[in-house]
Design a protein around this ligand. Sequence first.
Ligand code: SF4
Length: 348
Amino acid sequence: MRNKRIVKIGDLKIGGKEKILVQSMTKCKTEDYPSLVKELKKLEKVGCEICRIAIKTDKAIENLKRIKEEKIIKMPIVADVHFDYNLAIKAIKAGADKIRINPFNIKKEKEWREIIKVAKDFNIPIRIGLNAGGIKERKKDIEKIILNKLRETVNFFENEEFYDIVISAKISEPLSLIGIYEEIDKNYNYPLHVGLTETGLPFEGGIRSGVAMGILLYKGIGDTIRVSLTGDSVLEVIAGFEILSSLRLREDLPIIISCPTCGRCEVNLEKIVKEIKKEIFKANIKKRIKIAIMGCEVNGPGEASQADYGVAFGKKGGVIFAEGKIIKREPNETIIKKFIDLILKNRI
Ligand code: SF4
C-alpha cells in the first residue's frame, strides 16, 4: 500500500501520501540537442512531471548538463544509464535529478559503491530499475530472478547506508507485473515506479498498461507511473493521466467523454472530438471537469446529463449544455469555437 518513504526528485516529492506523478521518456537521440529540447518542452507542455533521458555517450552527458544549466524545463530529469557506471557518475555530476540503473547490467560491487558515493555527495536518488529484458533463463523463473536481484541490490544499498531509493521492476506480461509489484510492495518501504514494458503500439499498449497498472494503483501500489508506448512520448503522458484520472487518483484534470456514435449521428464526431481535445489540452486546465461531446442532439444532452459541459450535434446545428440544461443553440460552423470559449471562460 502507498505511504512509502518520501524521496525527493528535484523540487518534487514522491512516496508517502504525495500525489502519484506521471513520467515519460524522450525518444529522440539525447545527443541531438535541438530535438531533445523540443521533445522535453513538448512533454512538459502536456503535463509530464518527470522525464527520463537515455545516456549512452559523453555527448549525451554534455547535453544533459546544458539542459540543466540553461533551465530549459522545470520538470526533473532522470538519467537512464546501462552498463557503464562511469556514465552514471558523470550524469550525476552533470545535474541529473535522479539516475536509473539496471542491476542486471551494472554488476560489480565496486562500481555500485562509487555510484552510491557520488549520489550521496550530490544528494540525488537512485532508481533500482530492474527489467526482465535480457534475462536468459526460462520464463517461469523470471519473477523469482527479478525479486532475488532486487533483494540483493537493496541489501547492498542499505549496507552502504543509502536510502534514497526508488524501485521498479518492469516486465511485459500484465499478470506477472501485478504479482511482482504486490510482492515488492509487501517487502519494501521505498517509493515504487510502476510501468509495464514492451507494451506495443499506443492502442494495445494503452489497454495493457491500463489493465496492469489500473489493478496495482487501485490496490494502492505505485508512486510514479509511465505508460511505455511504441509511439509519440506525448501519448504516454496523456495515457498516464487517463489511468490516474479514471481511478480518481488525480482530480486535477479535465475528463473528455464522447458517445460511440450510431446511425443518428450526422457529423464526423471523431474529428470533432480530436479538435476539442487538442484545444482543452493546450489550455492546461487543472480542474476535474467533465466535458461531453455527443453525436446527436436528440439523445446527447440526456445521455450526458452528468457532464459539467456538453455539446451535441445535429445535421446543421447543435446545442451546448451545462449540467444537464441546454444553454445555447448554434450552427455547426461556429458551435465548436463557442463551446471551447465557454469552457475556457469558466475555467479556474
Ligand atoms: S448520443 Fe446520439 S449519436 Fe451518440 S450514441 Fe447516443 S443516440 Fe447515437
